[in-house]
Design a protein around this ligand. Sequence first.
Ligand code: MCA
Ligand code: AMP
Length: 510
Amino acid sequence: MSATHRPPTSNATPHFVEVVAATVERFGHRPLLSAHGSGAALTYADVWGWAGASAQRLAGVGATPGERVVVRAPKSVEMLIAYLAALRLGAVWTPVAPTATTTELNQVIDDAEPRVVIDGNRALCDMVGAAPAGAPEPQPGDWPNPTPGPDQIAAMLYTSGTTGRPKGVPITGAALSANAHALVDAWRFTEHDVLVHALPIHHAHGLFVAVGCVLASGSSMRWIDRFDATEVIDGLRKATMFMGVPTHFVRLLEDSGFDRATCASVRLLISGSAPLPAVTFQHIADRTGLEVVERYGMTETLMLASNPIDGIRKPGSVGLPLPGVEVRLGSFDDADRPGRATEVGMVEVRGPSVFEHYWGRPPDPADRASAADDDHAEGPAQQPWFRTGDLGRFDADGYLHLVGRSKDLIISGGLNVYPAEVEAVLEGQPGVAEVAVIGLPDDHWGQQVTAIVVPDTGPAPSDEFCEQLVASARERLSAYKLPRQVHLTDALPRNTMGKVDKAALRRSFG
Ligand code: MCA
Ligand code: AMP
């Protein structure tokens, strides 16, 4: 079965910078954000003017259109300004987690070959400078360089991938626009909406979904630099929307202030990045009277499906394909595609926000399925389908349910951990013969990173062995990737192909 929304004619899709410029032209005098804590308030015109001045400074330090700007800095208003400056300049915004280790940052630098690297909050604030006093009225088309073409790369995000080496996902300006427009339509964003923004902005969720919808619709944000349940609850009292990962909702539920009165003006709570357990959906509905809208997407494709605003929001389902997106189920192994609604297959997608290939790598035939066997051969794009690595099924109403993953990926608190990357680091430690890293279910994080370690044949490991193992890995891996549990075992179970049987490990240690 496949579910489709026909893509609109894609060559009409502008670069995202043009979408933002049009919003600024229309809503320049309206508030874009108010920062929680400092109370700093900026209009669209303020932000656009500041980003224009920063674009000049960015150009002054060597950034040029089409070249990467790598940034490692914590979330801040200045970080948002720098993103918009890069957009205005046409440079490729390439953010790295603020908690990334130097090893992780260097891997990105080696691969992206940036023209400019901005490392740390101080360097970022120096580059961005202070908000110009009395920001000028926005002039249409006043960015320093010619308007980029829609297919110009606007940003690049890194995903660790199954090999353990980070891969860059180039995202075009048109992909950002198509995704933002689809979400604004699906969730009915207007200039009257106020979104509590507490997500990190170095991922697609916080930057392209949350900020993207706001900038495309003229709505405003209550800006929180770092998720804190009390601050979010405070922000919700004057807001209409909130977006978060399931762990954010778990934390909100732990606070008695997350209730109907707090959410009186809120019209939408949206969850994504990881499965929202049905029980969490129900607890939120009981406490606030609001049914969460769960949506699904990935960095490579941007958003793909969402539960509807009108109609049933099904707990445990990621909803219906978004406008312009086609979703079907493919085989796990290139055999025939399943034809019945109850069957599970790999989620395959195509549409205007799906990426072409990883940075610096040729298109990989393994992640594309041919369009030749397409149900909708008369469809406009005829681009091949992207195989997401997620396993799903459609129910009788056409809602997509994700039931697992064929890719070896752990999602902890909405953050992706690729076991191969952690295994490679742990296997390099003294006293270790072999390691398998698995995700075990966890009420708070969704999944918890767990290492199953086979010690080498040397002296029996001491009590501190496991602690030392994690402590040494900390130098190379961001802390959220570190195992929260380490188990020792004599041998790893293997299947007939000789591959470690991770399902068996999850059964034994879960
Ligand atoms: C922090 N820690 C974690 C995580 N976050 N451990 C496991 N999983 C995590 N997600 C660790 C830290 O390394 C630290 O470890 C300890 O917990 C406390 O760190 P702290 O910074 O205080 O944690 P926090 O501020 O409470 O952060 C938890 C969080 C955050 C608020 C849930 O992780 C978060 O905002 N997650 C959302 C991520 C997100 O936006 N994902 C979207 C990507 P130690 O004590 O050992 O040092 S996916 C995406 O974009 C796709 C397209 C999509 O579909 O949306
Ligand atoms: P990323 O690589 O960070 O873009 O994460 C994308 C992956 O997150 C997807 O391939 C899914 O495995 C997962 N994901 C995103 N949203 C959901 C959701 N609502 N339910 C389950 N998994 C999700």
